[in-house]
Design a protein. Structure first.
Ligand code: ATP
Length: 234
């Protein structure tokens, strides 16, 4: 589903954000990406949906190289990858329904499909009753769930979340992780960049650990710290 071969990223200011990354994520996996602030997690994510290009190396998504794509192909890639940002990035002047519908409109979906699918995903994230609310009227956890609804509305192959619990209290963070786990159980590949040590330790998923732009660890069923093995399965 996702493959990086020899990927490095040197930003124009000379910062080497990623160095010789080689990873392979299969369809249907749930993967945590961990690492200290500045380790390269966001850069890793931005490369996957073509917000940045690597300086060297090859990136494949869904069996295709994403390095040389035209605008139309980039749009198709982004339809296949739902991204959830830490700061939600909802459109403030649109209500919950319209925020989610917007993601379908930009991919030129038929009106009928939009009016059928949007209520379906809002129910899935537990926000069916808030579809007329504006983002500013929602709690942080609710806004984040709208962001998830928007990320999954086009039935992407992959959902990527960049520190989705960064602004949430512990209980709401767990609700959100359970939701991502449910999405994963439907066959969607899920990649979550996080600092949430307790969540990583309990969920026991595959853990990729970045340190100064290098992939230092790739553990199946791993914890936040190396060799920590006292978690419970969710
Ligand atoms: N657009 C950019 N231009 C130049 N340098 C950048 C850019 N974006 C990130 N960097 C640098 O690249 C390195 C990796 O940053 P990145 O945002 O990928 O880390 P991160 O692991 O996501 O950190 P955090 O947990 O704080 O979000 C850092 O040194 C950062 O300063």
């Amino acid at each position: 589903m996702i493959q990086m071969v020899g990927v490095s990223k040197l930003y124009q200011n000379g910062v080497a954000a990623l160095h010789d990354i080689n990873i392979h994520i299969e369809k249907g996996e749930f993967v945590f990406l961990i690492g200290q602030s500045g380790a390269g997690k966001t850069t890793f994510i931005r490369l996957l949906f073509r917000e940045e290009l690597p300086s060297t190396g090859q990136i494949m998504v869904g069996g295709r190289s994403i390095i040389r794509l035209n605008r139309k192909e980039i749009a198709i890639l982004r339809r296949n990858i739902g991204v959830v940002f830490q700061d939600f990035r909802l459109l403030p002047n649109l209500n919950v329904y319209e925020n989610v519908a917007f993601a379908m409109r930009v991919t030129e979906c038929a009106k009928n499909d939009i009016s059928r699918r949007v209520p379906e995903v809002l129910d899935l994230v537990g926000l069916g009753h808030k579809s007329g609310s504006m983002p500013a009227q929602l709690s942080g956890g609710e806004q984040q769930r709208v962001a998830i609804a928007r990320a999954i509305v086009n039935k992407p192959m992959v959902v990527i979340a960049d520190e989705p619990t960064g602004n949430l209290d512990p209980e709401t963070s767990w609700d959100l992780m359970r939701l991502l786990n449910e999405i994963n159980k439907t066959g969607t590949t899920v990649l979550v960049a996080t600092h949430a040590r307790d969540i990583v330790d309990v969920m026991r998923k595959r853990v990729l650990a970045l340190e100064n732009g290098r992939m230092m660890r790739d553990d199946t069923g791993g914890g936040y710290d190396e060799n920590k093995n006292n978690g419970l399965l969710l």
